[in-house]
Write a new protein. Structure first.
Length: 392
């Protein structure tokens, strides 16, 4: 097949699951013998064309702050497609909608990967400190309309969880017969328990005498990190060895750093900022517990399966796709809600049962390897696309 994949973010330049998913699918489809062009929004200094792992990358070079110029750049970039296409995969609404406005893609089979409602993500960020202004509400309305425009022009829609299927049907009124559910996954070869916890910590120069909690998040409003910090404060009253490592960057970092100081945690929380993708497997292997404290809109949670595949137990809130991953494995790892109080119980249970940790780590890795491989996911994507070509 000759495929075009569109995305609003480019992994690993932009970390996060919604950037990793289209890139993993693109490069693995190339490994299966398909030709893939990857149309993606990138910084102004990115090369116009690039070849990575056999994927032909076409960059929409623009500054994200200027939405109209970004849209025009995406439309112009879509005109630089270099070989005939059989089908189109659209991840995210912005670049996809810009590409669809040209006539070249009109009659091609199209699949939309629905990661999350774009306008809801935007509003959640805006309302963390204050109610959205009228201009911000208008911007959210425009995002919803752009996403709806792209969805209506696609033949099939794929989601990564039942939670996102429900969101899609509720927000955009998409009929069930148009939707297929796949899954997120982990690179089981890279994310595996190759090292012991002490050896991984020595490699990272992390402390050996602490009980280490880890989270990997964009530091944004819906991630619930403020609740995790409050939970840590309470847990340290009975377990002073606890230390939290936060991997990631985002607009809330100053707020979270100030909260840590206010709670007296400045010596017990380390903000690691951006960590290169190649170092993430070591981070998971070095941690005692991975925590996903999401408050809203967890479409799937690639970091959850990456941590599990690395042999690291995961405590998560019952938000979105997290419950679909963890409940079949071990319900005791689920928080009943997303507050600090809710996070305490599963963390306390794990911390009191340290003798179970070696067995649990092995069970985590085995569960992820059996259920969440990229080969299986990309096989489903390939099958869905080929079916569209046979029955347009």
């Amino acid at each position: 097949m000759n495929l075009l994949i569109t995305s609003d973010s480019f992994f690993p330049e932009e970390p996060g699951g919604s950037a990793r998913v289209p890139w993993e699918i693109a490069r693995r489809l190339v490994q299966r013998g398909h030709r893939v062009q990857f149309l993606v929004r990138r910084a102004p200094d990115a090369p116009s064309f690039e070849d990575r792992e056999g994927v032909k990358i076409i960059s929409c070079r623009c500054r994200r702050q200027n939405i109209l110029r970004s849209f025009w750049a995406a439309r112009k970039a879509a005109q630089r497609i270099t070989f005939p296409l059989d089908a189109v995969h659209i991840h995210h609404p912005f670049t996809g909608a810009a590409a669809l406005l040209g006539g070249a893609l009109r009659d091609l089979p199209k699949i939309y990967f629905f990661h999350s409602p774009w306008h809801q993500e935007y509003l959640i960020r805006k309302k963390f400190f204050k109610n959205p202004s009228p201009i911000e509400k208008l911007a959210a309305w425009a995002r919803r309309r752009v996403e709806s425009f792209a969805l209506r022009r696609c033949d099939r829609i794929l989601t990564l969880s039942q939670f996102m299927t429900n969101q899609l049907r509720s927000v955009h009124r998409v009929p069930a017969e148009k939707i297929d559910r796949i899954s997120g996954a982990a690179d089981i070869q890279r994310f595996s328990p190759r090292l012991s916890v002490p050896d991984a910590r020595r490699a990272l120069q992390w402390p050996l005498d602490k009980t280490l909690l880890l989270t990997v998040r964009n530091l944004e409003a819906r991630m619930g990190l403020e609740n995790l910090l409050e939970a840590l404060r309470r847990l340290r009253a009975t377990d002073p060895s606890l230390h939290l490592h936060i991997v990631g960057q985002g607009s809330l970092r100053p707020f979270l750093e100030e909260q840590a100081r206010r709670l007296g945690l400045q010596n017990h929380v380390t903000f690691l900022g951006f960590v290169p993708d190649e170092a993430l497997p070591l981070c998971y292997q070095a941690a005692d517990i991975f925590v996903l404290p999401t408050r809203e809109l967890e479409g799937f949670g690639l970091v959850t399966v990456e941590a599990l595949a690395s042999g690291c137990p995961v405590v998560a809130t019952q938000v979105g796709g997290s419950a679909e991953i963890l409940k079949p494995f071990d319900r005791s790892l689920m928080a009943l809600g997303s507050s600090a109080d809710d996070l305490l119980l599963p963390l306390q249970i794990l911390l009191k049962n340290r003798g179970r940790w070696p067995q649990l780590r092995a069970e985590c890795a085995r569960y992820a390897a059996q259920k969440y491989s990229w080969d299986a996911v990309v096989g489903l994507v390939e099958k869905t696309t080929l079916a569209l070509l046979k029955n347009p």
